[in-house]
Design a protein around this ligand. Structure first.
Ligand SMILES: Nc1nc2c(ncn2[C@@H]2O[C@H](COP(=O)(O)OP(=O)(O)OP(=O)(O)O)[C@@H](O)[C@H]2O)c(=O)[nH]1
Ligand SMILES: [Mg+2]
Length: 459
């Protein structure tokens, strides 16, 4: 549960735990400067109470004359700060003890410990950013690739809010026309059906555009789960290593080398790919192998995409066929490996089973690019390749947009079917309410809790 009391002064260690060059204790709220005055003693003759905004000061944090740490103190006065409150950041030595002691002294001097995301929550509650921007903060922190970062930064700088606000404004414009017609029908303002219909069609198309970006947006934010499967010795681990461009998984000529699943995150053309190398065993000989097989199956079930690997140098056998059956209902790319060897595989059969087939040599990484392209194609479906795009990536946003879209479609039908005007008005109002929630113009404590508890402490 998050504390909502904006009168409190909050503090936290804002840097990652562990040893580092510096570590930062951040304080925000009405007492931030008073606390700094109490615990910070500047070198030289600087007067503490007169710290100007955006200034840094060198000195010591001391407790009853005892030096706790030698620090640099940064002051950001309200309203031009992250939270729109007075903020003091203390750059300490980045050891856990020094940081903890400075934090302890701050707490003893009248601040309370911030909850996860509470600094950002204040930035939202104090009106500096809207809810989609607040949510982007954590996405920026967690971005795994440059493309993912670009999408999050676009959202953080308000790009997404701007698009949604435009749609919302259009909705309000139409509602004004409709309302006028209900309020003063006798004044002959008359329902301008053509204009309303044009407006609704525009909103519909804009919502579609945003929703179209959702698949790519989500993939960039969350990554895509890819599982490599194939019978023993086809080169699954070699393929993982080729994609990773390093020797991660053990490769040997012995069938059954990989006895556990190995998971890595790779940046493939901007897409964060969680890739899993599985054990190829199909007929387990002992308990370990049985567990490995069970685990591989579970991974295949959960995967967004399966790469099923075949050995070009041998004919398809029962094991291959069993696996083909197993991935029947999954999105799959078939890879024919070992093309450096004499080909004996029935290529036509594979082409018949799979819509996408790539031929490569995992050992030398030849043609690995073709597999990377196939993966990109799967994610972006030929659309939206430029990483600069604005994309909806957050499930909460996608749901709100889908709900708004449903109501707009309904309004469109009502208009076409010449239903009573109240129906249209109600649908548009409800659609608007979804956009308001999305932007955080209306929110419940519940929603805020869900969003900010996902944050780190100190952000
Ligand atoms: N000629 C050739 N050999 C390959 C190629 N890819 C892998 N190999 C060899 O095939 C053998 C098995 O490779 P791995 O990558 O261990 O195969 P795996 O599918 O992970 O095997 P298990 O973990 O035992 O199921 C090794 O000797 C590799 O060097 C390739 O493209 N060409
Ligand atoms: Mg292996």
């Amino acid at each position: 549960m998050l504390e909502d009391n904006l009168g409190d002064t909050i503090c936290a260690i804002s840097t990652a735990p562990g040893e580092g060059g510096i570590g930062i204790v951040r304080i925000s709220g009405p007492k931030a400067l008073a606390i700094a005055n109490k615990i910070f003693f500047p070198a030289g003759k600087a007067k503490r109470a007169e710290f100007k905004s955006y200034t840094m000061h060198y000195g010591n944090i001391s407790d009853k004359g005892k030096i706790i740490d030698e620090v640099i103190l940064t002051v950001m006065r309200k309203p031009k700060s992250y939270t729109r409150e007075d903020i003091v950041e203390i750059n300490c030595h980045g050891g856990i003890v020094a940081l903890r002691n400075v934090l302890g002294l701050t707490l003893a001097s009248g601040a309370r410990l911030a909850s996860p995301g509470e600094f950002t929550k204040r930035a939202f509650l104090n009106g500096r950013i809207d809810l989609t921007q607040a949510e982007a903060v954590i996405d920026v922190i967690r971005a795994k690739t440059d493309s993912a970062l670009k999408v999050s930064l676009g959202q953080l700088s308000g790009g997404l809010s701007k698009e949604i606000s435009k749609i919302r404004q259009k909705l309000l414009d139409i509602l004004v026309i409709l309302d006028a017609n209900i309020d003063f029908p006798e004044e002959g303002i008359g329902l301008d059906a053509a204009e309303i219909s044009k407006g609704i069609a525009y909103i519909d198309a804009e919502l579609d555009k945003l929703l179209d970006s959702a698949q790519a947006g989500r993939v960039l934010r969350e990554g895509i789960h890819v599982v490599i499967c194939g019978k023993p010795n086809v080169g699954k681990s070699s393929l993982l290593n080729a994609l990773l461009k390093k020797e991660r998984s053990i490769v040997t000529p012995v069938a059954g080398t990989t006895r556990d699943t190995i998971e890595e995150i790779i940046d493939i053309k901007g897409i964060p790919v969680r890739i899993v190398d599985t054990a190829g065993i199909l007929a387990p000989r002992d308990l370990i192998e049985r567990k490995a097989v069970k685990r591989s199956r579970e991974y295949i079930k959960l995967a967004d995409l399966v790469i099923i690997l075949f050995d070009a140098s041998s004919k398809l056998d029962g094991q291959d066929r069993k696996l083909i059956k197993e991935v029947k209902n999954k999105n799959a790319i078939a890879v024919i490996n070992k093309i450096d060897l004499k080909s004996r595989i029935e290529k036509d059969q594979i082409l018949k089973e799979f819509s996408k087939v790539v031929r490569l040599c995992a050992k030398s990484a030849k043609n690995i690019n073709n597999l990377e392209d196939a993966l990109c194609e799967f994610v972006f479906k030929g659309k939206l390749h430029a990483p600069e795009f604005l994309a909806v990536s957050n499930l909460r946003h996608i749901r709100a947009l889908r709900n708004a879209k449903k109501l707009i479609s309904q309004a469109k039908e009502s208009l076409a079917g010449k239903l009573s005007q109240e129906f249209i008005t109600q649908d548009l109002k409800d659609a608007c309410a979804y956009l308001d929630k999305l932007l955080g113009k209306s929110f419940s404590e519940d929603i805020l809790d869900r969003i900010f508890t996902d944050f780190c402490i100190g952000k």
